[in-house]
Design a protein around this ligand. Sequence first.
Ligand code: UT7
Length: 330
Amino acid sequence: MKVAWPVEIVGTGAYIPERVVTNDDLAHLVDTTNEWIVQRTGIRERRWVAPNEATLALATRASQAALADAGVSAQDLDLIVVATVTPEHLLPATACLLQSALGCRWIPAFDLEAACSGFVWAFSIGAQHLVNGLARTVLVVGAESLSTITDMHDRQTCILFGDGAGAAVLRRSNGGERAILATSMGADGARGKLIYIPAGGSKEPATRRTVDERLHYMRMQGREVYKFAVTQMQAVIEETCRDAGITVGDLALVVPHQSNLRIIESACQRAGLPMDKVAVNIDRYGNTSAASVAVALHEARAERRIKSGDLVMLLAFGAGLTWGSVLLRI
Ligand code: UT7
């Protein structure tokens, strides 16, 4: 959808847990090889949380870094949105715990569950609060401890996912060029079970049996997700550019969800986008779901790959199935 929202990113931050897990480490857990993983996914290593570490700790570190980068005090925040599929607890929202950990006022804070699209959706919804005047400063976070919901006996998923967090502080831009030019959010619930966790929700509460049968871990039909992801990401790139009245060639950088290097390469190639205009860090972190666009955005800013006036697209798809984009003039 074409929009003209005077919103800018004033700071970003990321936190990746210290424990590095290489492909060779995983080859000790399941029947796989470094070569297979690199060739099929582009992943060389990922990070896992320590036993005493979880999503709130990652989110807090990333948020503190983003606030410091923005030169904004936690007291100045008016809204927190945390995108995650691995909340600290099922109840209450991780965003509320983060509000307290950061030392904020009693501001609204909620979690958003759109799986890997979560950060892009949180960004769009946070921006809407700025535009409609409900907030002056917004913190949007993507944070995941996917290693806690990944079945380490399942070679299709355990090689793919990693842990991490990224955050961005958003504000209204004062006049000038900085703005969101287009944004999209979509979902196809009919394909909800392509990636899901069978038990632990209200349909099948956790019991000894569900745990014994490993039903509290993520299940994925990888090949189906792969096919959908390539065509949908290409369509979203093209549609978002069309909405904004620009061409794909005008983009300075696309920051896609780090799902699988082959998915990113195929979608971008089909859309006519050269890979030197695409932020990629999947080799180091794997697929970190809602954290992935947030971390890649922070790294792109930190590496000065984004300059004032650039057209930058945040792009994601994920379980739900969901997808989304935000096109910014920086
Ligand atoms: O964040 C959004 C959610 N998820 C995704 O975006 C994931 C999308 N899907 C994918 O990334 C890919 O489908 C995978 C990486 C999960 C799998 O890659 P693939 O190229 O689609 O492989 P495949 O499932 O078609 O399997 C090919 C072969 C199979 O063996 P056979 O049946 O040909 O003998 C698998 O059993 O590779 C086998 N295989 C493995 N071999 C070694 C599957 N996983 C592994 C593994 N190591 N880890």
